[in-house]
Design a binder for this molecule. Structure first.
Ligand code: ADP
Length: 230
């Protein structure tokens, strides 16, 4: 609660002072526009924070998730990347995908989306201009699927790796805020992975990039080759 209050206080303080500045009738139009833009950024930040808190609290509610039939991973990943294409285009990042043909999981699709979307979103935001993000999917050990999100970004120093899945933990708080982060993306991804009966892991090299892998159960009855043939 103390963390959440602190996270909400930051944009609220900014909003209060912006509202005060905007009350000045003699403000030139250009300054007014500038303050309004900053106000919009703060409001959007608060909205994202509230959305992420709601997602996290839903994930923390006890009870099993309902698996929605076998889900084909190839088309699922394609759709997800399509929704993130505008963000990638703005950041000049290319999105690539290579998911093994016929790979399927028995998973709640909104849960899988919560996990994967946050990973790809981060891979785009903590990248460099002209960089790439790759999502791959392969069958592993017969019963598992390994989805990996790799990027050509800045990487994460080893000493932070054990803590980045904690709520509100950021390697560089200033950079996270500048990038519009809430500090909850990886906590959501980890919870979602656990609800899917799987786990999440990270490997990173500073200056080269990062790979997050999500290991979840394959759809039952799936062949070890991931083709779905008996
Ligand atoms: P945020 O909203 O700050 O991005 P997250 O929980 O999604 O919060 O991530 C926690 C921190 O982990 C980020 O602040 C960032 O420092 C680091 N991080 C996450 N993903 C990546 C990545 N792909 N490359 C480099 N750093 C990352």
């Amino acid at each position: 609660m103390a963390n959440v209050s602190h996270e909400l206080r930051t944009p609220l303080t900014a909003l209060a002072s912006l509202a005060e500045l905007l009350q000045d009738d003699s403000l030139p139009a250009e300054r007014r526009r500038h303050f309004l833009e900053r106000l919009e950024i703060q409001v959007r930040r608060m909205a994202r924070l509230v959305d992420d808190l709601l997602t996290l609290s839903r994930l923390e509610e006890n009870g099993a998730v309902s698996a929605s039939g076998p889900l084909s991973l190839g088309p699922f990943v394609e759709d997800l990347l399509k929704s993130l294409e505008p963000l990638a285009a703005r950041a000049e990042i290319s999105l690539e995908t290579s998911v093994a043909e016929g790979l399927r999981v028995t998973a709640d699709s909104s849960m899988l989306e919560a996990a994967l979307k946050n990973l790809v979103d981060n891979a785009i935001r903590y990248n460099r201009k002209g960089g790439w993000v790759r999502v791959s999917g392969d069958a592993e050990d017969g019963a598992w699927v390994r989805l990996a999100v790799s990027d050509s970004g800045e990487g994460i120093p080893a000493r932070h790796l054990s803590r980045i899945f904690e709520r509100f933990y950021r390697v560089d708080p200033h950079r996270s805020r500048e990038k519009g982060g809430t500090g909850l993306g990886l906590a959501i991804a980890k919870h979602a992975a656990q609800k899917l009966g799987g786990e999440i892991a990270v490997e990173s090299t500073v200056g080269e990039g990062t790979t997050f892998s999500l290991r979840i159960p394959q759809a039952s009855g799936e062949g070890a080759d991931g083709t779905g043939s008996p």
